[in-house]
Ligand binder design. Structure first.
Ligand SMILES: [Zn+2]
Length: 238
């Protein structure tokens, strides 16, 4: 029994180590997710800026179209002036020309505003694109480093699993099952040391008769308080 208990203890050590690796792998995967999230945020901002530029560009085009329409109107009105015979008609057409010219000035102002805004936005966009490229590169190397960490954890988990497979063969299936259920129920710790008359798992006192049985090492003994499997490690004086 003593040998089997030692194997159980080895198993627990391997299992705890693997638990630690799995937790670190999960953390590392979350880190990668967080980095990807950051990159996506910046990408979205760059895309939004590009859309803003497109919108203003199309507004500018509409203004330009209106502007050339007004110019056509003026040319036509000016041509009409030549055929006019009455003073009244002449005044009406001249009024049309004047208001078209006023509109043209306004439109030209608006076009200029759009062009100025477009220039600003384009400068902003290229700065953002440069930042994005730098961030992408930076996060890329961070992710590479994290992936290397994950790989090394996975390698150690795999080799521990192999070792565990060997050790498991040396203990009865029922004992393994009991150990695994206990580990599940007791936060990963199924095997604990008994020392100085107490259980180191729950720090409760172990009845002397039970302690004596532990010394004999002939049976599997569990703590009456926390139910964990007890082992004796160092030789103790009775
Ligand atoms: Zn206990």
């Amino acid at each position: 029994m003593r040998n089997k208990l030692m194997i159980l203890e080895d198993l627990q050590e391997l299992d705890l180590k693997s638990d630690g690796s799995q937790a670190r792998i999960q953390d590392a995967l979350s880190e990668i997710e967080a980095l990807d999230g950051r990159l996506q945020e910046v990408q979205a901002a760059v895309e939004a800026k590009a859309v803003e530029i497109e919108t203003i560009e199309s507004e500018r085009q509409t203004l330009e179209e209106n502007l050339s329409l007004e110019n056509v109107n003026i040319t036509r009105s000016e041509a009409n002036l030549k055929g006019i015979t009455t003073q009244k008609e002449y005044q009406a057409v001249n009024k049309e020309i004047a208001s078209a010219k006023k509109l043209i000035t306004e439109l030209e102002d608006q076009v200029l505003q759009k062009i100025t805004r477009l220039d600003e936005l384009k400068v902003e966009l290229s700065a953002m694109q440069a930042d994005l490229a730098a961030l992408d590169q930076n996060l890329g190397s961070q992710k590479e480093e994290i992936r290397a960490r994950i790989k090394s954890e996975e390698t150690s988990v795999a080799s521990d699993a192999k070792l565990r497979g060997e050790k498991v063969k040396a203990i009865p299936a029922s004992m393994l099952k009991r150990y695994e259920k206990l580990r599940e129920a007791r936060k990963g710790i199924a095997v604990v040391e008994a020392r100085d008359g107490g259980c180191l798992g729950c720090n409760m006192h172990i009845p002397p008769q039970m302690y004596n049985n532990l010394y004999r090492g002939e049976e599997l003994i569990t703590c009456p308080h926390c139910m964990r499997i007890l082992i004796l490690k160092q030789p103790q004086q009775g």
